[in-house]
Design a protein. Structure first.
Length: 269
């Protein structure tokens, strides 16, 4: 009897030890998932320069309370890394930079053209059927080169030295998954709760359009001509959303968002 109890106790301890090991492994797995990082570099081919993209929250996974924790993340934009170097130019080269009025000058590129990510708030109501949608918009912005004009009168010796900035590492969009909300966030960081987030989808035609109200008015006009019950309000109202989504569904287009394909099908340039 004593031996049986002893064996039972030993077996219980083994089971308890196994259970603790499995629990610890689960916690470690969650932490590993929470530490995942997704990085998109500005010069990659994943996103197109000059375009904007959006991601909207599609809800929380409520089946198991904690299964969505690893989807909490901090979004951060890393600025390009720049190296400042000094270049010396000889006065002898000035002749090929002669201006129309006879003045000699240098037009020296002191900052290379580059791409930069920009995250901003935007009205996402046109992109989803949800009321008051939560999400963010990312734009990949073209930054033009910067030049320095040096006239002959500024050069006191036979040469001139100019500081030039070179891009050594491109801008990055960093999505860092976290287990808990960070206590402190940097100025360039935004925290997002654990939800079922959509992948980045094209939003160029509204998010980056210089006057989106004009575009929305054109869409409403076209939908009215096609018999959809919308009104010309130049605003993203419920009738416009329903009409646009129905048009996309009826024409085999991706539903949600003002895509290039949708505008082409509507005949809007």
């Amino acid at each position: 009897m004593v031996l049986l109890r002893l064996q039972s106790t030993v077996a219980g301890k083994k089971i308890m030890k196994l259970f603790c090991s499995i629990l610890l492994f689960g916690v470690l797995l969650l932490e590993i998932n929470a530490q995942k990082v997704e990085i998109v570099e500005a010069d990659s081919t994943l996103l197109n320069p000059g375009n904007c993209y959006f991601s909207a929250a599609e809800g929380v996974n409520e089946t198991i309370e904690n299964t969505h924790l690893f989807k909490r993340f901090v979004l951060e934009v890393a600025s390009p890394k720049i190296q400042v170097i000094e270049n010396t130019y000889s006065v002898k080269n000035l002749k090929k930079y002669r201006s129309k009025d006879g003045t000699y000058f240098y037009k020296i590129m002191i900052f290379e053209p580059h791409l930069r990510f920009h995250v901003r708030n935007a009205d996402l109501s046109m992109y989803t059927r949800k009321e008051d949608p939560v999400g963010y918009m990312v734009c990949l912005v073209n930054v033009s080169a910067n030049y320095k004009i040096v006239e002959e009168s500024e050069i006191k010796t036979n040469s001139i030295t100019v500081e030039e900035s070179k891009i050594i590492e491109h801008s990055k969009l960093i999505k860092r998954f976290v287990f808990n909300k960070p206590k402190v966030l940097d100025d360039d960081q935004i925290y997002f709760e654990g939800k079922n987030w959509s992948n980045l989808r094209d939003a160029i035609h509204v998010g980056c359009n210089p006057d989106p109200e004009i575009l929305i008015g054109k869409i409403q006009m076209k939908l009215m001509e096609l018999g959809y019950p919308v009104e010309i309000s130049h605003q993203v109202d419920e009738k416009t959303k329903i009409g646009l989504f129905d048009f996309q569904k009826n024409n085999g287009l991706e539903v949600g968002g003002i895509t290039k394909e949708t505008l082409e099908k509507l005949g809007i340039e």
